[in-house]
Design a protein around this ligand. Structure first.
Ligand SMILES: Cc1cc2nc3c(=O)[nH]c(=O)nc-3n(C[C@H](O)[C@H](O)[C@H](O)COP(=O)(O)O)c2cc1C
Ligand code: SF4
Length: 436
């Protein structure tokens, strides 16, 4: 029988050659102002070369106000189009598709914007990790942001990319509207689920009006918020049933696929599922720690061994035992409720787990982030008959906590012959050089 992993997947407007997509991974490879450079092209192209059917890009801000940190390439103006055209062209050379993740951080930032001290959000409540201040968006600000998303989609299309994804998962601006744990508005954008989904549905309608019905548009959603995973005082947020309903509305509104994740903030014990390496975090956290009203709390929490251990234990408890396919039960419920294909993210790196997920109709394809950072040629390894990589990703999350300050790459030294070999692998993204 033919291998499920290598069956093409046909969406309404797009066909992908196999069922393994590179999931979104953000690294600070680009220039401060949001323009891109060669390092980003090198980074994306290695996965296309490694055999994935499609790449879903990192977080691409639709406005400068919407970025999590500087040094992410943006899609906030027409001048950005030639750079993204170059990224798409390089990826296409390997028969791989490129879907841009249109994004806005809202209040969930890792470094407060120098240009915008106060973030826009659904709420006036500070961002919970660092304590960054935010304001609840006015109708005019909502309308401005809807227009920015539509313009981002138009630019992605003009750049020759294969589609766009709305980042409505993991605590960023759309989640801040969708989640009953975060959205405390009393106007037409808060309260019942339909009103919390209104901002997202308005963006879908605006994109369709701007780019037409024949451009691939998918939405990444957190199926379950688990907003109280680390803090009992928080409300739990959206349930799976509520998210299934949101996905039905998205399907009716004309989206082409749903990408299933979890968690109403990022990172979250269930996303990316794995350990929380506090020993590594303290090396990279200074930049985050020094700003925000929770600096003292976080200093005490992350600097001392007893509180570090307590935090790690709480993290593991909230995650549960399952890592590979952690979101599959949620993906199955959503897949049964919508007519469009469903992608599932979370821990995949064994060929048999992926085959079973597709065979049993939990999802139509999987998206992978960290196991591809560890082994960019994972799909080629599957094609060669290997069921699991020889040196697998350990889900240690050291890549994640380094990404704020250091080049994105695998930081688990135990996977390499030496520290030098690890550093050489990480630095290979700068060849060819970003500036010549
Ligand atoms: C370093 C890093 C950066 C990430 N950046 C993004 C992002 O920009 N947008 C997004 O939707 N998810 C992002 N994620 C989440 C991944 O796309 C993915 O959904 C998650 O890591 C679970 O998949 P995995 O177990 O295959 O890593 C990131 C994850 C990591 C580890
Ligand atoms: S640092 Fe390497 S091994 Fe650890 S989670 Fe990231 S990719 Fe996997």
């Amino acid at each position: 029988m033919s291998d499920e992993i290598f069956q093409p997947l046909a969406f309404r407007n797009l066909t992908v050659k196999n069922r393994v997509f590179r999931s979104n991974v953000s690294g600070r490879f680009d220039n401060y102002d949001g323009s891109g450079n060669q390092a980003r092209i090198n980074w994306e192209t290695q996965f296309a070369r490694g055999g994935v059917g499609a790449i879903v890009s990192s977080f691409v801000p639709v406005t400068i106000r919407g970025r999590i940190v500087p040094n992410y390439a943006t899609i906030d103006r027409d001048e950005r189009i030639p750079f993204w055209r170059a990224v798409g062209r390089s990826v296409h050379e390997h028969d791989c598709r490129f879907i841009m993740q249109l994004s806005h951080a809202g209040r969930q930032r890792d470094i407060p914007g120098i240009e915008f001290a106060q973030a826009w959000s659904s709420t006036e409540r500070d961002e919970p990790l660092h304590g960054f201040p935010c304001v609840a968006m006015t109708q005019a600000q909502i309308t401005e942001t809807v227009t920015a998303f539509a313009a981002g989609a138009r630019r992605a299309r003009e750049a020759g990319l294969d589609g766009v994804e709305l980042h409505a998962a993991n605590g960023y601006l759309f989640t801040q509207f969708l989640s009953s744990g975060i959205n405390d508005r009393t106007d037409d954008y808060g309260g019942p689920l339909r009103q919390r989904a209104r901002f997202l549905l308005e963006v879908v309608a605006a994109i369709r009006a701007e780019v037409g019905a024949d451009f691939h548009l998918q939405v990444k959603i957190s199926a379950e918020d688990h907003n109280d995973a680390l803090d009992d005082d928080e409300k739990p947020g959206n349930t799976l049933d509520e998210s299934v309903q949101v996905c039905r509305w998205l399907d009716e509104a004309g989206v082409d696929a749903i990408h299933v994740s979890s968690g109403s903030y990022f990172p979250h014990p269930r996303n990316p599922p794995g350990d929380f390496p506090v020993d590594e975090l303290v090396k990279t956290y200074d930049q985050l720690l020094s700003s925000g009203s929770h600096a003292l709390r976080n200093y005490l929490l992350f600097r001392f061994e007893p509180t570090q251990r307590l935090f790690e234990q709480r993290w593991e408890r909230a995650r549960g035992d399952r890592i590979e396919g952690i979101n599959l039960p949620a993906a199955r419920a959503i897949r049964a409720a919508v007519g469009v294909p469903v992608l599932c993210t979370g821990g995949f790196q064994s060929a048999e787990v992926i085959r079973e997920a597709i065979r049993q109709q939990f999802c139509d394809a999987v998206t992978i982030a960290r196991p591809l950072i560890a082994n960019p040629d994972l799909v080629q390894q599957f094609a060669a008959g290997r069921g699991r990589p020889a040196v697998p990703c350990t889900y240690c999350n050291r890549c994640l906590v380094n990404a704020v300050e250091n080049p994105l790459g695998c930081y688990d030294e135990s996977r390499f012959a030496s520290r030098e070999a690890m550093v050489a692998q990480i630095m290979s993204v700068f060849s060819p050089a970003p500036f010549v």
